[in-house]
Design a protein around this ligand. Structure first.
Ligand code: 5GP
Length: 356
């Protein structure tokens, strides 16, 4: 047995140190990024934020709102081939939608059917998503999907360590999804004891991915889950994340799926982990006997119209840029210094809702 003595950090363990800046307004901070990739020949431009492939926010409705803003929606696995057929009759914006699959035979059969029907041309991104990216079988799936789709931008995860990030890129992925246990609906840490503090995982895996380069591009990563506040998205970009993927931050709105529930005079919306009993039983129609649920069902305070949140998101990220003197999102990691804190200095007063 071995203990790694160096303390690893979460988003809440740090703040971003302000720096002298020549920017005069936060409007000057550009949030668009343009990426090339290690395998895919595509070039992508947009705001590198993704709505997670979960039942409440990886939806067709979300894609219609986010795609015009150049934000990506990663669709959940519960849509059928005919659902996609219908949706793509009226939606055409491949750069901002991502198809998700697992590594089971039926997942491969479904993507083959999607391809046969010509539906995969509607996606620039494909995401192979498993809770545990350390399985040998996962690498075989990445090789297979890369062979089937040489042009698509291939995402694969989740892992949290540098050596596996490198291996996944070399197996055929363009982007590695980072995060085991930080998700707000995730119980992996509690159920299995496995995990890695998310900020350190992002820093270490970004470093590993960016070190893999060819004439086309470098390896990339997504910081997936655990962003409780918009500032955590900024911290992930400062830590070197190329993309941020968020579930709970994109849920709880009028436009998110999940029932609206009233409790003690307050409004909530449902939010549930992809491997929660609720998701497995209601959306997938079954729960394997050997499989413990590593996700939970939760209620999110109702947040109203998502458009207000999106304005806050863009405004706050630009504001972080002005505080650290970064004119572009891609300068965040170069300009940022983190300070380790004992306790986050947040407002101690509860916001007062006047009900207006
Ligand atoms: P959040 O933004 O809510 O903190 O985290 C979203 C992320 O949590 C997702 O993108 C996914 O990686 C992870 N996640 C979603 N559902 C589950 C689940 O049921 N179990 C686990 N272990 N992780 C989940």
């Amino acid at each position: 047995m071995r203990i790694e003595e160096q303390t690893k950090l979460d988003y809440s363990d740090v703040l971003i140190r302000p720096k002298r800046s020549t920017l005069t307004s936060r409007k000057e901070v550009v949030l668009d990024r343009t990426f090339t990739f290690y395998h895919s020949p595509k070039t992508w431009t947009g705001i590198p934020i993704m709505s997670a492939n979960m039942a409440t926010c990886g939806t067709f409705g979300m894609a219609k709102i986010l795609a015009p803003l150049k934000i990506i929606t990663t669709f959940h696995k519960y849509y059928s081939v005919s659902d996609f057929e219908k949706f793509f009759q009226t939606f055409n914006n491949p750069d901002y939608v991502c198809y998700t699959l697992g590594i089971r035979d039926e997942d491969v059969a479904k993507i083959q059917e999607m391809q046969k029907k010509g539906l995969m041309k509607n996606f620039s991104f494909i995401c192979i998503d498993v809770p545990n990216g350390y399985l040998q079988r996962f690498l075989e799936s990445i090789r297979l999907i890369r062979q089937m789709f040489p042009e698509h931008i291939l995402i694969a995860g989740n892992v949290v360590t540098n050596e596996m990030t490198e291996e996944i890129i070399l197996a055929g992925a363009d982007i590695v999804k980072i995060g085991i246990g930080p998700g707000s609906a995730c119980t992996t840490r509690r159920m299995t004891g496995v995990g890695y503090p998310q900020l350190s995982a992002v820093i270490e895996c970004a470093d590993a991915a960016h070190g893999i380069a060819n004439e086309r591009g470098v390896g990339r990563i997504i910081a997936d889950g655990g962003q409780q506040y918009i500032s955590d998205i900024a911290k992930a970009f400062c830590a070197g994340a190329d993309f941020n993927m968020c579930g709970s931050l994109f849920s709880g709105f009028d436009q998110s799926d999940g029932k609206l529930i009233e409790k003690d005079g307050k409004k909530f919306k449902e939010y549930f982990g992809s491997s929660s009993n609720k998701a497995l039983e209601e959306l997938y129609g079954k729960k394997d006997d050997h499989r413990a649920s590593e996700g939970r069902y939760a209620l999110i305070p109702y947040k109203g119209d998502i458009n207000n949140f999106l304005q806050d998101l863009f405004g706050s990220l630009r504001s972080t840029g002005t505080y650290i003197g970064a004119r572009q999102l891609r300068e965040f990691p170069k300009r940022a210094t983190f300070v380790k804190v004992n306790r986050q200095l947040t407002n101690y007063l509860e916001p007062y809702d006047t009900g207006e």
